[in-house]
Structures are given as C-alpha cells and as structure tokens.
Design a protein around this ligand. Structure first.
Ligand code: HEM
Length: 426
C-alpha cells in the first residue's frame, strides 16, 4: 500500500544514520503515508487515543513518585498528592479524568470500526490487536481504581476478584493467588500497583503493532472501497496531521472542562471515604465505562453464567471478522445492517444505564407498562449477542447492498477529477 520509500537523506549525518538504523526514514515515510482522501473526523480518534496513552503514562509515572502502595498509607498519600504536592491536584485529576477520556475515545474508535467494517479483510489483525488493547485497558483501569484505597476501590476489587472464585474446581485457589491472600489486602494492593504500572507499556507495545499492521495494509475509509490509484489518496502530512490536530484541540477542550470544572463528576463519591472492610457500601458500582459489562454480568441469576456471558461479550469482538461475512465493508451501503447497528448502539447505552441502576428498580417503558432494570438488561444482553451471533452472520448471506461509487476519487470529486487532470479511477 505504502510502496517503496521515497525518503532521501539530505545531510551527511542523516545519511550515516540511515545506513545503520533507518529511523528517520521510518518517521518520514510515516508522514508521507498515502491515506484515503475521504477520511472524516471519526478517523481522528486513533491519534486522540495515542495522545491519551501518553498523558496517562506521563501523569502516572509522576504520581507513582508520590503514591504509597500500603493499605495504611495509600488513601492518605493520594490526599497528600491532591493537597500538598506541587501541581499534584492537576496530575491526579488529569490521570483520573484522563482514564474516562481514554475510554470515551476508545468507544468512539470502536464504534467507528464497527460501522465502517474496518475489521474485515485485510484488517482482521488490526482489529484483533485493538481488542487486545481494549482488554489491557480494562485491566489497567480496574487495577488503577484500586490504588486510591477508597470504599469503591476496595469493594470493587473484592467483587471482581470474587468472580474468579466462581470458576469450578480451581476457583478458590485462583482467587487466593490473585489476591495474594484470602482477602483484598496489602499483598493485593502491591501486586495491583506493580501490574498497573506495567500494563500501559504493554498497551504501548500493542499500539505499535496495531499501527504497524495499519501501515502494512493501509487504512479503510468511510466508503470501505480500497484505494486503487494515487488520486484516491493524500499524503498523511499535512492533510491529516492538520485534521488530527484540530480534533485533538476540540477533544482537549472537553478534557479541560472536566479537568478544571468537573473533576469528580465521572467518579463515585464513596471513593472519598477510606476503604473499610467492615462497611459494605449500599451500591457497589464500577466506573461508567464498565457499566454495560456489569449489566451483562447481572442479567442472569447464576454467578458463573454471568461471568461467562461477560467474558463472551468481549470474546465475540475478537471473532467478529469471521462472524460478519458480508462482502461490503461500510454500512453506508448496507441499508438493513445500518438500522441493526443503530439499535446496537442504543442497546449498549441501555446496558450502561442498567449497570448503574439497582436491578429491582422499575422504569416506565412506552407501550409496555413498567419494567425492572433486570428485565431491560436481559433484553439488551440478548440483543448484544444476537447482533454478533445471528444478525450480522445472517445479513452477511442475505442483505443486498445499495449501489456504491466506483472509487474514492469519484465519491469525493464526482467526475470533476477528470477536468482537474487527475488520473481516472480505473
Ligand atoms: C490505545 C488505544 C488505541 C490506539 C492508540 C489506536 C490507534 C489507532 C490509530 C492511530 C489508527 C489510525 C487512525 C484511525 O483510524 O483512527 C487506528 C486504526 C484502527 N484501530 Fe485503533 N487504536 C487503539 C485502540 C483500538 C481498539 C480498542 C480497537 C478495536 C477493538 C481498534 C481498532 C482499529 C481499527 C479496526 C483501525 C483501522 C481503521 C480503519 O482503517 O478504518 N483500535 N488505531
């Protein structure tokens, strides 16, 4: 896709380096990478995510210099960071709000991929690496949430590690091994801290592979038709560096609004109470970005089955490239799949809402009277799995796509590219 490198070292030092380690060539090729000319703003989330990762790692490393991973001191050390460490309030909020922003961006990025069929050949490995990144992000966020040692940290960790205890035969030993004891305690906090520090670097390595795979096969685009000629593409710089920079600026404004005006809006008030093993909070709820999975977990009465469902909800993402077999990538040209996708998004939000509520609470549903959140979460869970396991595979066989443009150039410029002297599409 990218073709042979066109980089020519201009200076003697650059030439010397190029013959030994072509790192400048790599950067130059990255900048001139031919990208489809029709990429819209949904394609800026990859860059935004890269920024989020850098922000989390930099703020996290500095926080770790002041944090104390000891059950008697952890809570106070975070308070000290917020009150006494110079700019500690900023770093701590940046890291906590940053986690939410990271998930917001990753969900946009994933929904984009789902809509434009970016998981289809030849981009299956990009997608699978993305799923691995997402899994690692979830693990990192969960481990990090334990560190401030507030009530939600403690009880969240107790609930989640408790799931492992439900695994038949080895469950109890597994749980004990994870905790480093019989309950969430000092050994747990220390290993969670160590892993929380390690995982972002694993994510960074996975992102490296993700982007490498992307550069190997080339980027998909909103119409899902591969770039065939030079006129279908634009150089990454300046066209997409500028577009990404603008999107990053807008994203940073939203980030800043939360950071400076609503730093605690996305967290739970109970986490400002120090962990107390003898006082269970009335509602144990995870952070917002885990709520849909929490709803899936609670959608069935059996603990083990709930865990399997929750894991299944992620496993289906990994095998999606083989579930959706429709030859047309972009849902723009799939009139039926488009609607099912829209309902899928609504169901994901519904799952999130159900995860935040007590299952027995009721809510009026138009035309159906009152329903408990438990029933609603069952409906939404059913749809979530049906979408991947039934709807997409069946539509792959039966859905007739609408007419697609012949090429990216034609989709963007119509026939005017002929007048402009550009090469014809085919
Ligand atoms: C730290 C997290 C991540 C980073 C930094 C990242 C980075 C990127 C970048 C820079 C691109 C190219 C620009 C763009 O298309 O937006 C990209 C593309 C892509 N990413 Fe990610 N990504 C991350 C997570 C994920 C996740 C969780 C998934 C899916 C589960 C995913 C799936 C994809 C796919 C399928 C593409 C190709 C898009 C296309 O060509 O249409 N990524 N990613």
């Amino acid at each position: 896709m990218s073709g042979p490198s066109t980089y020519e070292p201009k200076y003697a030092a650059a030439k010397w380096m190029d013959q030994r380690l072509p790192i400048i060539r790599m950067g130059a090729d990255f900048m001139t990478f031919p990208s489809p000319r029709n990429l819209n703003y949904w394609y800026t989330f990859g860059g935004i995510l890269a920024l989020c990762l850098v922000v989390q790692i930099l703020s996290g490393v500095i926080l770790a210099m002041h944090y104390v991973a000891d059950v008697d001191k952890a809570f106070a050390s975070v308070q000290r960071i917020r009150r006494d460490v110079p700019f500690g309030w900023l770093l701590q909020s940046m890291h906590a709000v940053g986690a939410s922003m990271f998930f917001l961006a990753v969900y946009m990025h994933m929904f984009r991929g789902l809509y434009y069929g970016s998981y289809k050949a030849p981009r299956e490995v990009i997608w699978i690496l993305g799923c691995a990144i997402y899994l690692a992000m979830m693990a990192t966020a969960f481990l990090g949430y334990t560190l401030p040692w507030g009530q939600m940290s403690f009880w969240g960790a107790t609930v989640i590690t408790g799931f492992f205890g439900a695994v038949p035969v080895v469950g109890e030993s597994l749980q004990e091994w994870l905790l480093g004891g019989y309950s969430v305690d000092n050994a747990t906090l220390n290993r969670f801290f160590a892993l929380h520090y390690l995982l972002p670097f694993v994510i960074a390595a996975l992102v490296g592979l993700h982007v490498w795979a992307l550069h190997h096969v080339g980027q998909n685009n909103p119409i899902g038709i591969s770039a065939k000629t030079e006129s279908d593409t634009l150089s990454f710089h300046p066209f997409y560096t500028v577009k990404d920079a603008f999107a990053i600026a807008v994203f940073l404004v939203i980030f800043a609004i939360f950071l400076f005006y609503l730093p605690d809006a996305l967290g739970h008030a109970d986490n400002y109470i120090e962990a107390d093993a003898l006082k269970t909070p009335p509602h144990i709820v995870p952070e917002w970005y885990f709520l849909p999975f929490y709803a899936i977990l609670r959608a069935v009465p059996s603990k083990l089955f709930g865990i399997l469902l929750m894991l299944g909800a992620i496993v289906v993402l990994f095998v999606l490239p083989w579930l959706d077999t429709h030859k047309v990538r972009s849902m723009r040209f799939r009139p039926i799949a488009k609607w099912f996708f829209l309902i899928f998004i609504v169901m994901c939000f519904l799952l999130g809402w159900c995860g935040a509520e007590t299952p027995d609470n009721v809510v009026p549903v138009i035309g159906l009277g009152k329903m408990t959140f438990y029933t609603l979460s069952q409906i939404a869970t059913l749809y979530y799995f049906a979408y991947f396991l039934i709807i997409l595979p069946v539509l792959g066989l039966v859905e007739k796509p609408i007419k697609r443009p012949d090429s990216i150039t034609k989709a963007v410029l119509g026939d005017s590219h002929r007048d402009a002297g550009l090469a014809p599409a085919e």
